[in-house]
Design a protein around this ligand. Structure first.
Ligand code: TXA
Ligand code: MG
Length: 341
């Protein structure tokens, strides 16, 4: 199959909507990462998403909507959902609610709950509106690769597998949406993202963060969200995260970097303000703050792969605000190889 990469415009969005209506797959930008979309109510099209990504069949998809009225046929709405949608939709927040019959089990991987999100990106919204159906879309990477934050990343992973990718420029947030389960008494963050636990607590009064957000699942432990079970965001290089005071972390990273033998290619991921600590060693700039790091992290991991890097040494961020989402992604990319300095 020949994959078209078109700048998002009225015409290309209309073309994409026709493909969705015909049960085909389309790559499209959202404010978080690029998604791989299909008609959420077409079970066969949804199965094609799993095939194109090489995604495990037990990992459910997020259903994207453009208007609040689309919720009612899909799920059982509750008070927490109304409050969070009022505060944060459209935006980088996904709500898990009890599903209704209309949602095919292929979307939810057999679960009784469904994940729903109203994105804010104008291209995503126009595509949903023009398609006339909710759009099921995981991140547009091949399974196990970093999520795409540029159309070019999606092309790397999906060329030849889908008919069309809409290019809407770089994604603003850069990490995937916050996933919050609203199926119990207390809202529980299953995956941190641009809407932080602090922001959710300010609206609901209380929130839990699943403790598996920052540690690997134990042998035999049930995953609150199927996505937690699977290997994620892995660069080809072996990555290690270092936590501690900046100067001490830099000293330790430099020691290890300088021990690499000739066959290895090292890369240091550091905050803008710390780059000078590493001298002439090969460094990539994570950014000024945790929002910049969220925006940059996936593109940097892809670049490391493209450059043939075999060892990544990375600084850490404090786990508050969106820093929790950054650390959640980096810890998984590092296979939880985290060193306390
Ligand atoms: O920002 C995003 O969320 C992007 C854009 C395209 O919207 N999408 C995305 O989808 O990241 P995906 O499929 O890569 O991640 C969805 C996550 C997975 O970890 C999945 O296990 C979880 O949401 N999830 C989906 N339905 C669920 C459910 N019913 N219960 C628990 N977790 C669920
Ligand atoms: Mg994903």
């Amino acid at each position: 199959m020949n994959t078209l990469l078109l700048p998002a415009s009225d015409d290309s969005v209309a073309q994409a909507a026709d493909l969705i209506k015909n049960g085909e797959l389309v790559g499209f930008p959202t404010e978080t990462v690029y998604g791989l979309g299909a008609d959420a109510l077409n079970a066969r099209a949804v199965l094609d998403i799993f095939a194109a990504k090489g995604r495990p069949a037990d990992n459910p998809l997020i259903v994207h909507i453009a208007r609040w009225e689309e919720m009612e046929p899909l799920c059982h709405v509750n008070g927490m959902a109304r409050k969070l949608a009022d505060a944060f939709w459209p935006g980088p927040l996904t709500l898990i609610l009890p599903k209704k019959e209309l949602v095919p089990r292929e979307v939810t991987a057999g679960l009784d709950s469904v994940a729903i999100r109203m994105p804010s990106h104008p291209v995503a919204r126009a595509l949903i509106e023009k398609s006339g159906c909710p759009i099921a879309a995981p991140s547009g990477n091949r399974s196990g690769r970093p999520s795409p934050t540029l159309a070019r990343h999606m092309m790397e992973d999906m060329d030849g597998r889908i008919p069309l990718i809409l290019d809407g420029g770089p994604c603003d947030v850069g990490v995937e949406s916050t996933v919050v389960a609203l199926t119990g008494d207390v809202a529980t963050v299953l995956r941190p993202g641009g809407v932080t636990p602090e922001m959710i607590a300010a609206v609901l009064g209380e929130v839990q963060v699943a403790d598996s957000v920052m540690r690997p699942l134990k042998e035999g432990e049930a995953a609150p969200s199927p996505g937690m079970k699977h290997k994620h965001y892995a660069p080809k290089a072996h990555m290690t995260l270092y936590e501690g005071e900046a100067e001490a972390v830099a000293r330790r990273i430099k020691e290890e970097y300088d021990c690499l033998d000739g066959a290895e290619k090292g890369l240091i991921l550091a905050a803008s303000g710390h780059l000078a600590l590493y001298g002439s060693r090969s460094c990539a700039d994570l950014g000024q703050d945790e929002w910049a790091a969220a925006h940059n992290i996936f593109a940097l991991l892809r670049q490391a792969d493209a450059d043939g890097v075999t060892r990544v040494f990375s600084e850490s961020w404090p786990e508050n605000g969106v820093g929790l989402a950054v650390m959640n992604r980096m810890a998984r990319a590092a296979g939880f190889d985290i060193v306390q300095v």
